[in-house]
Design a protein around this ligand. Structure first.
Ligand code: NCD
Length: 309
C-alpha cells in the first residue's frame, strides 16, 4: 500500500476506505506508539485547526495533542459562540477563511453531511470529527486499533455493538468498518434505538448480523462488547428519550456469563450504561482506548499531511 494515496485526502466517511487502507492506518498507528513517547518534528511548521460546533473532550484534545507530539501547532475553537459564527458567518465562509491559517481542518458539527460540505470548499484536508448522528470515522479507526491491540486480530471475532444504534454516530462508522472484516456482529438495543436501516442494508451480505434486545443472551458468545450512551441531545422528542433512558446497564452480575477474554469498549462519555464497578475488571478497556485515539490520530495527520512514507 502506497502512503502517497493519503496525502491531501479528506477523511469524511469510513466507507471511503478499503480494508487494505484501514489495515495500513492501523499499522502506522502502531508505529506511532514509540514516536508518541519520544516526540517528533515530523509536522514542524504545520498547523491543525479544530473547529468544534458541538461539545467534545477526547476527540478535540487527542487531535491537538497528536499534532503537538509530531511537532506541529494547533488553533481553533471549541465554542462556536465566541467565533464569527455567532455573527452569522456560514460554514462555507468559515472554512475558506480557516484554510489560510491551517494545513488541515478537523471539524465536528451537529448536521449530517457537514464535513462533506466543508471539504468541498476547503483546499486543505478536512477530517470529520463527528457529523451529527451520521458518522465519526476516526473513532471507528481507533476502535479497530483497540480491538487489534487487545485481541491480536479482528478477523474471527464475535463483536456486539450495544446501546443507541440509531442516533450514535460511532456505531454507524464502526459497523461499516467491521463489515470489511470476517466477523459476526450482534446489534443490541431497545427496539426504538435499533441500528439504522441504511447501515444494515449497506453491510448485509458482507457480514453476519444478529439483532437482539437482551444483552444477557449475547454475553457468553462474544469477544468484544462495544457499549454506547443514549444520545439524549439527538432525540426529536424528549418523551421518547424518557422511555428508553436507563434501559440497559452492564454490571458485574451480568458479566458472570462472559468469556474470559471479553473486552469492553466505549467511545465515552459514559453516563450510566456501565457500572463503575466494572472499571477494575480485566474486561474494561475503555480508558486504554483513549490513548489509542492519540496514536491513531498521529498516524492520520502524518498521512494526510504527506509526512509518512
Ligand atoms: C462520541 C461522539 O461524540 O459521538 N464521543 C467521542 O467522540 N468519543 C460518543 C458520544 O458522544 O456518546
Amino acid at each position: 500500500m502506497n502512503a502517497v494515496r493519503f496525502e491531501g485526502r479528506d477523511i469524511i466517511s469510513i466507507r471511503d476506505f478499503t480494508r487494505g487502507e484501514l489495515d495500513y492506518i492501523l499499522n502506522m498507528a502502531s508505529e506511532m506508539e514509540e514516536v508518541a513517547k519520544r516526540g517528533s518534528d515530523m509536522l514542524r511548521g504545520r498547523t491543525l485547526a479544530s473547529l468544534f460546533f458541538e461539545p467534545s473532550t477526547r476527540t478535540r484534545l487527542s487531535f491537538e495533542v497528536a499534532m503537538q507530539k509530531l511537532g506541529g501547532t494547533t488553533i481553533g475553537f471549541a465554542e462556536p459562540d465566541i467565533s464569527s459564527i455567532k455573527k452569522g458567518e456560514t460554514l462555507a465562509d468559515t472554512v475558506r477563511v480557516v484554510e489560510n491559517y491551517a494545513d488541515v481542518i478537523v471539524l465536528r458539527h451537529p448536521l449530517e453531511g457537514a464535513a462533506r460540505f466543508a471539504a468541498e470548499y476547503a483546499r486543505v484536508p478536512v477530517i470529520n470529527a463527528g457529523s451529527g448522528a451520521e458518522e465519526h470515522p476516526t473513532q471507528a479507526m481507533l476502535d479497530l486499533y483497540t480491538i487489534l491491540k487487545e485481541k491480536g486480530r479482528i478477523d474471527g471475532l464475535d463483536i456486539a455493538l450495544m446501546g443507541d444504534l440509531r442516533y450514535g454516530r460511532t456505531v454507524h462508522s464502526l459497523a461499516y468498518a467491521l463489515s470489511l472484516y470476517d466477523v459476526r456482529l450482534y446489534f443490541i438495543s431497545p427496539s426504538m434505538l435499533r441500528m439504522r436501516r441504511e447501515v444494515l442494508d449497506d453491510i448485509k451480505g458482507r457480514v453476519d448480523v444478529v439483532e437482539e434486545e437482551n444483552v444477557e443472551d449475547v454475553i457468553p458468545k462474544i469477544d468484544v462488547l462495544y457499549v454506547t450512551r443514549i444520545q439524549k441531545e439527538r432525540f426529536p422528542d424528549l418523551s421518547d428519550y424518557e422511555k428508553v433512558r436507563g434501559s440497559y446497564r452492564i454490571d458485574l452480575n451480568l458479566l458472570k456469563g462472559a468469556k474470559d477474554g471479553l473486552i469492553i469498549l466505549h467511545p465515552l462519555p459514559r453516563v450510566d450504561e456501565i457500572a463503575p464497578e466494572v472499571d477494575a475488571t480485566p474486561y474494561a478497556k475503555y480508558f486504554k482506548q483513549v490513548w489509542n485515539g492519540v496514536v491513531v490520530r498521529m498516524a492520520l495527520l502524518a498521512l494526510v499531511l504527506g509526512a509518512l512514507e
